[in-house]
Design a binder for this molecule. Structure first.
Ligand SMILES: [Zn+2]
Length: 137
């Protein structure tokens, strides 16, 4: 089980996973993991057994990949974010828009793939924080 905090370097745009501490590996600028809100994406093991990486986009901006059984935390300022997931030819997604606010600073989404006839599609569903798998602190 990989639990990571994912941020976008404000200086150069590099996607940085803060499983380690330290500055952006690309430009050396300090990367801040604190933000008002947090979006959590959880990808359970696929029913199909797929272990492909899925590309994650927030408001159209690439935010790296999510692997099977990952739990990724994205510290973000309050606001609305359209969440989009792609994998190869599978570009259909229900594209939910989540709003991080004072009232709800943390939103958790579960990422599932739905098998289709022509192509598969991604279904992102809100889940309770308590429904996330057990995590090491
Ligand atoms: Zn950077």
């Amino acid at each position: 089980m990989a639990k990571q905090i994912r941020v976008k370097c404000p200086a150069c745009g590099e996607i940085v996973d803060l499983t380690r501490t330290g500055p952006c590996p690309k430009c050396g600028k300090k990367v801040e993991a604190r933000a008002a809100g947090t979006l959590v994406l959880y990808r359970p093991r696929d029913a199909s057994g797929s272990v492909s990486s899925y590309g994650v986009y927030l408001n159209g901006t690439p935010y790296g990949k999510i692997e099977s059984r990952d739990v990724l935390s994205f510290p973000l300022p309050f606001g609305s974010y359209k969440v989009h997931v792609v994998c190869g030819m599978n570009r259909k997604c229900n594209d939910p828009v989540v709003t991080l606010s004072e009232a709800e600073p943390v939103v958790c989404l579960e990422v599932r793939i739905k098998m289709g006839f022509i192509q598969n599609s991604f279904i992102l569903e809100r889940i309770d924080r308590a429904d996330l798998p057990e995590q090491k602190a």
